[in-house]
Design a protein around this ligand. Structure first.
Ligand SMILES: [Zn+2]
Length: 110
């Protein structure tokens, strides 16, 4: 058993689990029930995605890489030119109205 990913975002954990399930990698979510029932923000109860077969750990990491959007990035968030919503740097289109990020003028830094 090996811990693969820990996050308070249980929906993301669930998604990762489905990816591994599809690939036939046996995995389970630790602390999932505890986090939901106790409803407290504590590192102890953070849902953790674990894989059973340690030898498939690297394979699991590779599988999740395309789905793993970065926690922080050098490029900055951008503001939609059409609706003014702030979008994370990783988004290519506005999550609110669908306008492409490329359409916005580059941010001029003084
Ligand atoms: Zn927009």
């Amino acid at each position: 058993m090996k811990e693969l990913y820990t996050s308070m975002d249980s929906s993301r954990i669930g998604f990762y689990k489905s990816v591994l399930d599809e690939a036939g990698i046996v995995c389970f979510i630790q602390n999932e029930i505890g986090a939901q029932t106790l409803n407290v923000i504590s590192p102890i109860f953070q849902p953790t995605l674990c894989i059973v077969d340690d030898s498939r750990f690297e394979e699991a990491v590779e599988l999740l890489k395309p789905h793993h959007y970065p926690e922080e990035t050098a490029s900055s968030d951008w503001t939609c030119p059409k609706c003014g919503e702030d979008n994370p740097a990783g988004f290519e289109v506005c999550w609110n109205c669908g306008t492409e990020a490329a359409q916005q003028a580059p941010v001029v830094k003084s």
